[in-house]
Design a protein around this ligand. Structure first.
Ligand SMILES: Nc1ncnc2c1ncn2[C@@H]1O[C@H](COP(=O)(O)OP(=O)(O)O)[C@@H](O)[C@H]1O
Ligand SMILES: [Mg+2]
Length: 314
């Protein structure tokens, strides 16, 4: 099999992936753009979506101008047809729904996330890659929750992992609040989302105990909602051997201590080629295609496609 050949299973699947991680500057946009680009090179039809409301820069990672119509325009119009918002890029198989640099997500219409999901899933492509902003704002969490695969991008530093865990916590709470059929449970979980009560409920085990206290019959459904999430960790800006081990170790710790399902998909080295090419308005996958980071991205893209084999054991 040539490196560029996809297995029949890999080419058949349609999926929505989201790159997030809570912390800014870890490389979410750089990785979303380059992984999306690499998969388009492998023959997948890919749409990249800039869902960093207010801090959009995915277009610069691709070396193109900000598209005229943005994701916010689509969401505000309440549309369920995204095709006309997906602008061509200089690269075959790769289109972009851009973001707005100058405007946050305040006041989105009710039901926007469900409509966006419908719109993205109706696109005539194989893969949608969402690039998320920093923080755990409800819009960011909502977009991550609609993705089939949630890719957490972290640099090998404790503060970055703290941000990932806090995003995972918000992700689980929002999912349980939105999908469990009980107002009482909803109220209880909403109360622990922030403030003093938040200290009591850190891990998935804590969340399940809160639910059990209200309605034990919902425990099975709650567990299933958490376990069906596909979450994987990527370490970016790796510099030495300890950094290279960081991702696998961290994913294991997160599984054990927080009870969150998270696999590990690989790392990308810190490489001056990334920011140098970006500064020139180019993409390192094209202008520095033999760089270490480009090599890492090719391996990472392959791992992400095959991640089913690496799913965590509970
Ligand atoms: N692997 C890497 N090596 C070197 N610089 C990187 C790497 N990944 C990202 N960067 C640089 O870090 C900065 C932040 O990256 P970006 O993708 O915008 O982060 P985020 O989207 O998480 O805020 C950019 O200047 C980018 O060029
Ligand atoms: Mg970004």
């Amino acid at each position: 099999m040539r490196e560029t050949d996809l297995t029949s299973e890999e080419s058949r699947r349609f999926e929505v992936w989201a790159f997030g991680g809570g912390k800014g500057g870890t490389g979410k946009s750089a990785l979303a753009a380059s992984v999306g680009f690499q998969l388009s090179r492998l023959g997948k039809r890919v749409v990249l979506v800039d869902a960093d409301f207010g801090g959009a820069n995915l277009h610069t990672c691709l070396g193109v101008a900000a598209p005229a119509r943005s994701l916010l325009d689509l969401v505000r119009a309440g549309g369920t047809v995204a095709d006309e918002y997906a602008h061509a890029t200089p690269y075959p198989n790769l289109r972009l729904i851009g973001g707005r640099v100058d405007e946050g997500a305040g006041g989105l219409p009710v039901g926007w996330a469900a409509r966006l999901s419908t719109a993205l899933r109706a696109l005539p492509v194989d893969l949608v890659v969402l690039d998320l902003g920093a923080g755990v704002g409800p819009e960011t969490v909502e977009v991550m929750n609609l993705a089939d695969l949630k890719v957490m991008v972290s640099v090998p530093e404790p503060s970055s992992i703290e941000n990932v865990v806090s995003l995972l916590r918000s992700l689980c709470l929002q999912r349980l609040v939105q999908r469990l059929p009980s107002n009482e449970v909803r109220r209880r979980l909403q109360a622990v989302q922030s403030g003093e009560a938040a200290m009591r409920v850190r891990s998935v085990g804590d969340m399940l105990r809160e639910i059990e206290a209200v309605d034990p019959s919902l425990l099975g459904a709650a567990r299933a909602l958490i376990e069906e999430m596909a979450i994987t960790l990527v370490t970016n800006q790796v510099r030495d051997d300890a950094d290279r081990k960081f991702g696998a170790q961290t994913a294991a710790v997160v599984r054990r201590h927080f009870g969150l399902p998270m696999s590990y998909a690989g790392f990308v080295h810190h490489d001056d080629a990334v920011w140098r090419t970006l500064r020139r308005g180019k993409m390192f996958m094209v202008d520095a295609s033999r760089s270490r980071a480009a090599e890492d991205i090719r391996r990472l893209a392959r791992n992400l496609l095959q991640r089913a084999d690496q799913s965590p054991v509970f």
